[in-house]
Design a protein around this ligand. Sequence first.
Ligand SMILES: [Zn+2]
Length: 271
Amino acid sequence: MNKYQYKDRDYINDILKNNKFTSKFYSTELKLLARHYRELGGSEEEIKNKLHEFCKNGMEKYNPAIHYRIINNAVSHGMNEHNKIVQIDNIVVSLPEINYIDRLDLPHEYKRVIFTLLVLQRLLKKYLEIKDGDIKSKEYYFGGYKNYRDLVSVAKISFDKRKKSKIKNIHDLVRLLHDKEIVEIANNGNIKLLFMYDIPSDDSEGIIVKDYNEIGYYYDLYHGENRVKKCESCGIPIKQSNNKKKYCNPCARNINIQKTVDNRKFKSSLK
Ligand SMILES: [Zn+2]
């Protein structure tokens, strides 16, 4: 999953802080800026000027005669009220939900998949709620190639692919969950998350998921499983590949940059 998925506001803030493009995805970033300026009340003309200004500064070979196209595109995207800024800071999983998953007759790593399904489903629902302005369906369905791919990746599951293994991939696992009546496979390939209907609602905060690429590790951290601990700087769960690992990768990078700066300062103070 892209690190800015469901976090447009964070993406916009990083672009503005950087004051130039943060990636090669010029069109995506311009569209986000256009939405941002529209939400601030900018007119079409003002947004266009803002984007031209931004490109002048943020692009190495800026040429208005070439780039007016992606700018115009971004402006009309931004002026469309349906293109909202989506920012979902976190997803809360309640204590009854955790208890329900914990009590399932499944190995820990499959419970982690159920936990991840719950979080992803809630994310998708919130996303639609922000986009459409209301909740269209009270049903709990999950499906689609991309969502399955995300599920496997962020649930941190690896499958035993050997011949004798009964669960070689996510589809085998879904079939097992279907047999156990935790989910139901629908005709269109989607699955209905039966377990979501059984859990009493409650506003307790059992687990608060902030980083959607590490969803499965939040469940591990809660249970002290799988050598997962908290990053000592930002608190997101990390898998301890060795005993020395204290920080998540972004924090480790920042701390290293800071160390280099400090070293330089120290050395120049000696001169
Ligand atoms: Zn961190």
